[in-house]
Design a protein around this ligand. Structure first.
Ligand SMILES: [Zn+2]
Length: 91
């Protein structure tokens, strides 16, 4: 595989796909691997990756599959099935 950013993009897609198929543990493995690569190469993670991964259980969040999304006073609120809640400013 190529440069770290490309590997991360690939893992991002795989994690999303696994979550869509209900393979949440597999999705977690891809997410954790991508995070390790970003850390090792200090290259950061795409914003979408950070927003759609659970900080507690590492799963990739797919609304309707394992996450709920709602809007609340100017924020996007994403709740993982594990209970973790993340809020981001609405854009
Ligand atoms: Zn979670």
């Amino acid at each position: 595989m190529g440069i770290p950013e490309e590997r991360i993009d690939r893992l991002h897609a795989l994690a999303r796909e696994a979550a869509e198929n209900g393979e949440f543990d597999r999705s977690r493995e891809y997410v954790r691997l991508a995070r390790r690569i970003a850390q090792r190469h200090r290259c950061g993670l795409p914003r979408e990756f950070k927003r759609f991964t659970c900080d507690r259980c590492d799963v990739y969040l797919r609304p309707g599959a394992n996450a709920r999304v709602r809007l609340q006073s100017g924020h996007v609120v994403i709740q993982c099935d594990c209970g973790e809640i993340a809020r981001y400013p609405y854009e």
